[in-house]
Design a protein around this ligand. Sequence first.
Ligand code: AMP
Length: 465
Amino acid sequence: MCGVFGIFNHPEASNLTYLGLHALQHRGQESAGVVSNVEGTLHGVRAMGQVRKIFTREALAQLPGPLAIGHVRYTTAGGSLVKNIQPLWAQYRGRSVAIAHNGNLVNEEVLREELEGEGAIFTSFSDTEVILQLMARSHQGDFRDQLADALGRVQGAYSMVLTTADELIAVRDPHGFRPLVLGRLTGSPDTYVVASETSAFDLIEAERIRDIEPGEILTISKRGMSSSFVPKAPRRSCVFEYVYFARPDSVLDGKSVYEARIAMGEQLAAEHAVEADVVIPVPDSGVVAALGYSHASGIPFQMGLIRNHYVGRTFIEPSDSIRHFGVRLKLNAVPQVLKGKRVVVVDDSIVRGTTSRKIVKLLRQAGATEVHVRISSPPVNGPCHYGIDTPTRAELVASTQSVEEIAKSIEADSLGYLGAERLLAAVRAPDAPGKNFCDACFTGDYPVPREPPRPGRKQLRLIEV
Ligand code: AMP
């Protein structure tokens, strides 16, 4: 769960990268960084926190040059430490390189151990550093060949942007797990941009050209654009991007996330119809699917839950006497919508099951006579190995409980999940039949096995505050 952005050939490259990262902030709020490039010399600002806090006018003034890459981070591998903030950067064989990565490598530990055995020094816990180390050790002469060499060794998910010398490079793993899209600034045909999602393009008025192909290494420089490819593998784009993670105003691999979510809601209504008076979403994640459910079922859509957008990560409870306000910090019910009503409440997913339980309770307290929970994806019963932050299998409620048991434990009158086939039908682009998606978190069908964890491996102890 991270976002990446890159821009080539613009006098305000770092300012536009800042804006691009702002539009990708939903992909990671823990840390952010921008590295700009002036004729091969890299300038970087990287810090913990959100984009708007880090990139003040003064910070952006430290980032000159016509080329920049950026990253927003949500920790999935390596832990939440200053040393892991991206873009990572390094110098080897007389050239500087910076890299920003979205996705998780599944053979990182094995490679790290091997590299350490050869004398490599690691300065972060990030799996991305393994790629830099492999590049530095490659016997290939050309930078792009060194990168291809390194990519030949790593397995798993990577959508990345790199910069070195006068080049911007965009790379997507051969399965295409995580999204990555190429665009061009409107009215500035020689300014190219690369981003995790098209939402970043809209803000800076760029138009989408195409998605980076799975397995593609795209190099953009003054000499033009050229592509090479790592060996092919079956396409497996992440279906959970459409379900939850991506912004609904983005287009991923040619498919609108908004339209996919509407279709999920419509399919959900067809699969799990119920007599009810009102359809309400869990904001914001369930809003678009709830619209689809309402449209297909003919049951009116209302906002029965209101979200407070200013909830921080931690909250000091004022005193012991005010208890049980937990979920109300984020969501409050509207009795005028709910009182005396049979309610269908739509959310995108159930992970641990705690949110749904609290919501059902909240709706009943506000006067709902029946609460029917509808989920626009199948039960999440396995962790993601490719970059979505999911808890361990044991914590996933659907890994140990049946749908009936979950319905009982969240105290819903009924519970309906969207079936895996219907989900795939909702996200499939019309011109791309076949499976094409990774749905391992729902089906257990993992396209790339994860190397088992290495017990007893000594961890680095480097804590920077
Ligand atoms: P839970 O209470 O653990 O069942 O969480 C379910 C809620 O978390 C749903 O409203 C989802 O929108 C949201 N959600 C789903 N996947 C994730 C994720 N990987 N990280 C954070 N929130 C998520």
